[in-house]
Design a protein around this ligand. Structure first.
Ligand code: IVH
Length: 675
């Protein structure tokens, strides 16, 4: 093939530039200069040139948004500055209190200026630009490290592949939200439904799910959009003095920022902005779940700092939960992990808070009685954010004469065992225990879940198949059976190839090595969550002592009241449960001995702050060990901090420690103290 001539190279460069300029006019300024057809012509010409001379295809060519190769997994991406979250306010009083707190802290009398913005209901990402070129897109992850999703982010037309001009930082992290507009969401779901594929519940899940696809062609075919709302790290750049000016700069660099942001004065300004946006909410082409106020002056932001994972200088003022009326068609009882029967309302489908709702929780039978809910009633349903929709109350005036009373079934709807309702407890339970397939499934799902035994790949669908509908069909009945699964049994399952089966067996094997708190949590003792499990493990040190503990002894432990003590005691009292534990130990599940409580409170009352990365353990492990020794780990240094533990590349906390004269130790110091 011939080489492109100088003219051709120049033409390609000019086309790239023109297209980038028109993208900027269209997406950032929302003020296109040319007709769509003319834009398409430029685009086609560039594509044709690149097809003839592939060497003209630069990394940042607008034609390169689609067609990247699928990735085999997600690399982790460490953010150069942590990605924080926001504190929430739900009432005007909370907003007033927020503003007052800040003025007090800053010692100012005059009204504070805030950058008022909409709160996009999508998913946060961080874009890294080096020398103006997009080099990485990442999810938020745990705030410190996310997943590298560059392949998908590149497909989003509103994310510039290259920054405009030359006056941008050498390295720049742009922070913002990826979302799917309402119309695009409906079209996407319609298409998925047509293809017989699973639809998404709401645009946020659709956006997050799309960004986590391995094949960028999936993302390219979905209507993702992006708005920036701030920056993270920046290098070689003098920042302006206000957040609102940063947003302006981003716009100049060709990054799309919301036209709805504006600077407001004091709490009144915030309240007006909120009212204004609340009035526009339904007309906006995308979903928002509130507004955000950020102290505009960056020097004030600096002075205010952070509390745990959120800045003190910003707050999200959320819209109230949405409520609608609909008709209750029926009630089903679902059986959970502990056998508790939860009444689920089957509703006439109704659109609320951005999704169509046809089920809502009625919590328990007491609630049904208290709210006097009948089948056929007109009811008010509420949905707030991600929470399960609930039936708030009935509209009594609308009750018809044939409305039906709701009664608690006497038999479990899944296994037919008796339903029992212990005196004084709200929940009615199926008495079937592991005989009940519903309980078995939920127990196993909990057992395998990430925070419990963490068996990757053992999800709901596989568990459903392993448990089956009845006792006879079950391949897996108790948790120990998981450890007896064979390759042959796994490949016989639906949609289970040899490779996934092998991975699953490896994950099962890996899970045998665990910790006592995890193991206890995985047993699914009613009311024993992660924290209680950890407290129990720390107090007793081993399983035998815990199993032998009396209710009185149990009640000595922080967070353990009479109800939890009773549950723990009852659990270990049952032979069946002791058999399950023995079987698990029998198949090789093991954990290191927890240091016993006696020599284990040496950090009692002491507060530690960790900064930088450690060599022999992760920060989470360090935290766990400090807490196991009775200490506390907090995220910011104050005069109350007893020790700052300094790792590699310590952050500003080290400086703070020096200022406040808090003792600083290094990793070996900490290990020494831990013994
Ligand atoms: S600022 C330093 N601004 O809300 C504060 N966040 O609840 C960092 N969000 O993870 C966030 N719109 O995904 C900020 N205008 C906005 C936002 C916004 C939506 C999301 C973001 C963040 C979450 C925190």
């Amino acid at each position: 093939m011939s080489q492109p001539g100088k003219d051709t190279c120049e033409r390609a460069a000019a086309l790239r530039e023109q297209i980038a300029y028109h993208d900027y006019r269209y997406y950032v300024l929302d003020d296109p200069e040319i007709a769509d057809a003319d834009y398409d012509r430029l685009f086609r010409e560039l594509k044709a040139l690149e097809a003839t001379y592939p060497e003209l295809r630069t990394e940042d060519s607008p034609t390169r948004r689609v067609g990247g190769a699928p990735v085999s997994g997600f690399a982790s991406a460490k953010h150069l500055r942590p990605m924080l979250s926001l504190d929430n306010a739900f009432t005007a009083d909370e907003l007033v209190a927020f503003d007052r707190r800040l003025c007090d802290r800053l010692g100012i009398e005059e009204a504070l200026s805030y950058s008022a913005e909409t709160k996009f209901d999508g998913t946060a990402i961080s874009l890294l630009y080096e020398e103006g070129k997009l080099v990485r897109g990442a999810t938020r992850g745990d705030g410190q490290t996310g997943e590298d999703i560059t392949h998908n982010v590149r497909t989003i037309e509103t994310v510039p592949l290259r920054l405009r001009g030359v006056r941008f930082p050498k390295r720049l992290e742009v922070r913002g939200e990826v979302y799917i507009p309402k119309a695009g969401f409906n079209a996407l779901n319609a298409r998925l439904a047509n293809e017989g594929a699973k639809t998404f519940v709401n645009p946020r899940n659709a956006a997050a799910g799309t960004l986590r696809q391995l094949d960028p062609r999936v993302a390219a075919a979905r209507p993702l959009e992006f708005y920036a709302y701030g920056i993270g790290y920046h290098e070689n750049h003098a920042l302006p003095s206000r957040h609102s000016e940063i947003l302006e700069e981003l716009r100049e660099w060709g990054v799309r920022v919301s036209p709805l942001s504006r600077v407001v004065e004091g709490v009144d300004g915030c309240q007006n902005y909120y009212d204004d946006i609340a009035g526009k909410r339904d007309e906006l082409p995308y979903e928002i779940d509130g507004v955000v106020f950020k102290v505009d002056r960056l020097d004030y932001q600096e002075m205010l700092g952070f509390v745990s994972r959120a800045p003190r200088w910003a707050i999200a003022f959320k819209f109230p939960a949405q409520e609608v009326t609909t008709v209750l068609r029926g009630v089903d009882f679902q059986v959970g992990r502990t056998g508790a029967l939860t009444p689920v309302a089957r509703l006439e489908p109704v659109f609320v808070g951005g999704v169509t709702v046809s089920n809502a929780t009625l919590h328990n039978i007491d609630e049904i009685e208290r709210k006097d809910v009948h089948i056929g009633d007109t009811v008010i349903v509420r949905r707030a954010g991600d929470v399960i929709p609930e039936v708030v109350r009935v509209v009594p005036e609308k009750r018809s004469s044939d409305a039906q009373q709701i009664t608690l079934p006497t038999e479990c709807p899944v296994c037919g065992s008796d339903v029992v309702r212990p005196e004084g407890q709200a929940a009615a339970r199926c008495s079937g225990g592991l005989v009940c397939p519903a309980q078995r499934k939920e127990k196993l799902r909990h057992f395998a879940s990430r925070r419990a035994m963490d068996i990757e790949g053992l999800g709901t669908k596989i568990i459903e198949q392993l448990v089956g509908g009845g006792e006879d069909e079950a391949i897996v009945r108790t948790p120990a059976d998981i450890y007896r699964l064979s390759m042959e049994q796994l490949v016989s399952l639906d949609r289970m190839g040899e490779k996934s089966a092998r991975n699953l067996l490896a994950a099962i094997e890996d899970s045998k090595e665990t910790t006592l708190p995890r193991f206890l949590f995985s047993l699914g003792i009613p009311e024993v969550g992660e924290t209680t499990a950890a407290n129990l493990a720390r107090h007793f040190g081993d399983l035998e002592s815990l199993a032998a503990a009396s209710r009185d002894e149990l009640e000595q432990i922080p967070d353990v009241g009479p109800v939890v003590a009773q549950h723990v005691h009852d659990f270990f009292d049952q032979q069946e449960n002791r058999d399950v534990i023995a079987a698990l130990v029998g198949v090789g599940v093991h954990w290191p001995q927890e240091p016993s409580v006696v020599d284990n409170r040496r950090f009692e009352g002491q507060t530690f702050v960790l900064t930088g990365s450690l060599e022999t353990m992760t920060r989470d492990e360090a935290r766990e060990r400090i807490e196991n020794a009775g200490g506390k780990v907090t995220s910011s240094v104050s005069r109350k901090t007893n020790f700052v533990v300094k790792g590699n590349d310590p952050g500003s906390k080290l400086k703070k420690a020096e200022e406040l004269e808090v003792p600083v130790i290094d990793e070996s110091g900490l290990l020494g103290m831990l013994g």
